[in-house]
Design a protein around this ligand. Structure first.
Ligand SMILES: [Zn+2]
Ligand SMILES: [Zn+2]
Length: 429
């Protein structure tokens, strides 16, 4: 009851402002951006329950303008993340509001997408306003979250990368000012500089990892001093299913190399381990997937998984992050290095990779400049990073590659040099 009275009061007050909005004086808003959320015939936004909320109620708040659509998976992934942050900021009494600008195909789609959004929206039928906002903020892709500061009359304080910031920092990103972001970046940098394997993998409730024998848990502490691969993967991901068996075979080969080194009394050799960081959607999938792996794992659904994904900014799986014996990050491109060099990539140090790179360039010098490959009808040309090559997916083995490759520019066909099956073909084709 009390709430209704309050709304009535607001509506009365709003009547006077309505005239201002409909007239010339849109500048009455302290932020000129707020006027963009209203139109000639509309001075309100829709709340999640369908009530009208005055645009002027947003004065003094940090406002996120959220461009999104239900038909696009990356939007559907982001919306619940933003909703979580939004609810937390509301609970803390922070002045934050979100306004949804829909690119849904019809009003039914809009309504069903709206159902999972606790914030405000531009009415679906107001095409003009939606178009104007897209144009004003030059939205090129969705999801897009533009953050406006209160009293913001300068374009420089408008943040465009709201989606990345929410993914990266969650509620900590609030109030999204340049100053706050600088603080967070500094904190992040310090964290990476002081990074250790125990800080990364232990949390308040857990100091162990799972191993294959059900009864055995392995203390994170026991991994100190080893080279560690953090393997971000999931059973529902097809490229993961292709890469995992390959990684397993390389893992065993690396272990073998280490045994041999130890036999040769290389006392510096501390060993290698992989930790599976699962984004499987249910425990059954995790159990069956982890069941195929010879290494350790974080428990299914452990909060550390989310933190690590955010911390290493993992944008796609499979991803293999390699940590050195001191716990610092050696490379986030473990997958590519395994594809390129197999077990020789170990121990993934800069020195080792430089040696391999050099060898690879030497070997490539001995390769024919053109080659006929059994899997493609045109002649392929040898390319390197400096001559038209670059990151690619090999058409023969479906794995990532970079640097030296055989390529058919016409078709966009590219294979690893090791994947070429040379065939002799007559010069007449
Ligand atoms: Zn290949
Ligand atoms: Zn071709």
């Amino acid at each position: 009851m009390k709430q209704e009275v309050l709304n009535l009061e607001k509506n009365k007050k709003g009547l006077k402002e309505e005239d201002a909005v409909n007239g010339e004086s849109k500048k009455d808003f302290s932020s000129r951006f707020l006027s963009l959320l209203a139109s000639k015939d509309r001075d309100f936004l829709l709340s999640s329950t369908g009530d009208q909320v005055k645009v002027s109620d947003l004065e003094g708040k940090v406002v996120g303008i959220y461009f999104s659509a239900n038909w696009y998976q990356p939007c559907r992934n982001f919306t619940p993340v933003l909703a979580g942050v939004y609810e937390q900021l509301k609970d803390r009494g922070c002045g934050f509001e979100v306004v949804f600008v829909s690119s849904d195909e019809d009003s039914d789609a809009f309504a069903s997408y709206r159902a999972c959004m606790p914030w405000l929206a531009i009415p679906f039928s107001d095409l003009e306003s939606k178009k104007a906002l897209n144009r004003r903020f030059q939205v090129e892709g969705i999801p897009c979250l533009i953050i406006l500061q209160p009293d913001d009359n300068e374009d420089e304080s408008t943040l465009r990368e709201g989606v990345e910031l929410i993914y990266r920092y969650g509620v900590r990103a609030f109030p999204f000012t340049k100053q706050r972001l600088e603080e967070l970046e500094k904190e992040e940098k310090e964290k990476h500089e002081n990074q250790t394997i125990t800080k990364l993998l232990i949390n308040h409730n857990r100091s162990f990892l799972l191993s294959q024998s059900i009864l055995k848990q392995v203390e994170v502490e026991s991994l100190v001093g080893r080279t560690i691969g953090l393997y971000f993967s999931a059973q529902w991901c097809l490229p993961c299913l292709r890469f995992t068996p390959k990684l397993i075979s390389i893992y065993h080969k690396i272990k073998q190399v280490i045994v041999e080194k130890k036999r040769a009394a290389d006392s510096k050799e501390e060993g290698f381990e992989i930790v599976f960081v699962s984004s499987d959607r249910d425990r059954a999938a995790f159990d069956s997937y982890f069941g195929t792996m010879p290494w350790l794992a974080l428990p299914f659904g452990d909060p550390t998984i989310k933190n690590l994904t955010r911390y290493f900014d993992v944008q796609g799986i499979p991803c293999l992050v390699i940590l050195g014996p001191d716990g610092k990050t050696l490379t986030k491109h473990g997958r590519n290095l395994i594809n390129l060099y197999q077990e020789k990539a170990y121990p993934f140090t800069k020195a080792q990779l430089e040696i391999l790179e050099k060898q690879r360039n030497e070997e490539a010098k001995g390769l024919p400049v053109t080659e006929h490959h059994a899997g493609h009808r045109h002649e392929l040309t040898l390319v390197s990073e400096g001559s038209g090559g670059g990151p690619f997916i090999c058409c023969e083995c479906d794995e990532q590659g970079s640097g030296w490759a055989y390529q058919c520019i016409e078709c966009g066909y590219e294979v690893h040099t090791k994947c070429v099956k040379a065939v002799k073909r007559g010069s007449t084709g």
